[in-house]
Design a protein around this ligand. Structure first.
Ligand SMILES: [Zn+2]
Length: 81
């Protein structure tokens, strides 16, 4: 089952993912992956589908559907990090 993410939640998630990716080169203060929006756990991997229509959280097994509006909000937030 796939869960629909709102643009606001997608924006927060993408910003957190971008911050996490940017932290990798230093490794001294690694930023953890953001919590799964459907639970309290942290995934060990988050995969954006190639066509931008969904996010898969590896580790807890949740999958999210992104509308085009949500994807655009997420990408804008990602660029702003
Ligand atoms: Zn989850």
């Amino acid at each position: 089952m796939s869960i629909l993410l709102t643009p606001a939640r997608t924006a927060r998630l993408f910003a957190a993912l971008a911050a996490q990716q940017q932290s990798l080169p230093s490794k001294q203060h690694p930023v953890p992956l953001p919590h799964c929006p459907a639970g309290r756990h942290r995934p060990h991997q988050v995969i954006l589908k190639g066509d931008g229509t969904g996010l898969d959280f590896i580790g807890c097994g949740h999958a999210f559907t992104l509308t085009r509006e949500a994807l655009l909000a997420g990408l804008a937030a990602q660029r702003a990090v």
